[in-house]
Design a protein around this ligand. Sequence first.
Ligand code: NAD
Length: 496
Amino acid sequence: MLEIKHFINGQESDDQGRYQDVYNPATGQVIGKVALGSVDTVEQAIDCAKAAFPAWRATPPLKRAQVMFRFKQLLELHKHEICLLLTTEHGKVTDDALGELTRGIENVEYACGAPELLKGEHSRNIGPGIDSWSEFQPLGVVAGITPFNFPAMVPLWMYPMAIVCGNTFILKPSERNPSAPLFIGKLLKEAGLPDGVFNVVNGDKEAVDALLHSPDVEAISFVGSTPIAEYIYKTGSANGKRVQALGGAKNHAVVMPDADIDNAVNALMGAAYGSCGERCMAISVAVCVGNKVADEVVAKLSAKVKTLRIGSGLVEGQEMGPVITKEQLNRISGLVAQGVEEGATLVVDGRDIAVEGNELGFFLGGCLFDHVQGDMTIYQTEIFGPVLCVVRVDSVQQAMNMINDHEYGNGTCIFTRDGEVARYFSDHIQVGMVGINVPLPVPSAYHSFGGWKRSLFGDLSAYGPDAVRFYTRRKTITQRWPSSGVREGSQFAFPS
Ligand code: NAD
């Protein structure tokens, strides 16, 4: 049985308090227990991070970046072990786990550019003999709270940049799959990071609330569901912290009559059912423009959804693993039943599938709905499972109105061959990340990731250039060196 502890000041520790079971969702078995940090544990981590801050703040950015270079090498060296942990505790298939880790490593690579990113801005001679520059100073102790669906990548969106900017960090990963973030975090010590600069406190609401209420935590990055994101944003802001809180999503893909339908259907399959739909950028609504397109898309999707290869993510060739918990399995099945009750056409019903040899696993087959309407629960709710809703509309404008009216605005995409339509769509759609013939437009590490509307609370997005701003405080210095011996009078007019 695995025992997953905290990692504070370079040491694993456990406060012998509360624990939670950790499951392998493919077998349905408990494989370990994770310590749930108490307020005392969080305060201990904060004290260590606070103590480590002055020396780390004074460490040149080049030296901080060199730690990240070694960290990247260690991540690559251990990638198979990390992917095994990801698949075992999350359920995603191995090549999907590798994709997640690779995107996480790209954020470490970006952080290696710290000396360039932190150069600041300089203006010479803003007035006679006066120079001025802005520099980006670290905040102090910052915290990250992360969801279950990307246990490696989402923490890597946060702490590499926070750390190279000179902050010290406390990670509170999801309690559902804590092994990979802990394993990865410990590699930072091996990479040469001083103790206390990076800490992991496992836990639940108690640990999160302790971070939110501590006067010594300067900023919080959160990724998770919208109700919790809103709570984190409001509570953290009320306590004077800088907060970025990324929330849930309902991502629409518009299929235009001129699209290459076979390619669009293939893209929809991966985007809707990959990782069992447990991605904040998963496509969960296909908006077909015209009945002809809809009929063709539904017929082609339905054949593919019925033949999805579903099983343990560790078995080569699988396309979809289990969902994360039994509760989530029941919740998704309940939403599918509600969709039927509310009048949508269930074209493929993935409930009650059995995976031979893994009968107790949390498996659900792909589900496909047609004739979904805007007022249905399955349309309005983030299902976060392998359920794709097809909506039929008459025009691109009608499709865009639906997307713009939805409470979420994380990602979207359009399949078309018409550049004018694509440009109009990307110009006017009320969504933060837009794909044109790209179903999962997750920005690269050199851009920033963030939705609109109730998919992001706060002003700055995750990773990329926004992360430099989020994890630093700007200071602007204005300087002149008057000639010695020259007497200067007082000036009462505002300097101009
Ligand atoms: P969640 O909101 O349940 O949990 C996220 C984190 O918040 C976890 O660390 C958890 O321990 C903590 N938490 C849970 N309940 C809390 C409470 N009452 N008070 C304080 N902290 C609490 O989310 P999840 O189920 O782990 O992840 C799935 C959700 O995350 C989906 O809604 C998905 O869309 C979203 N997500 C969003 C993005 C994005 O970038 N926008 C990325 C990944 C996941």
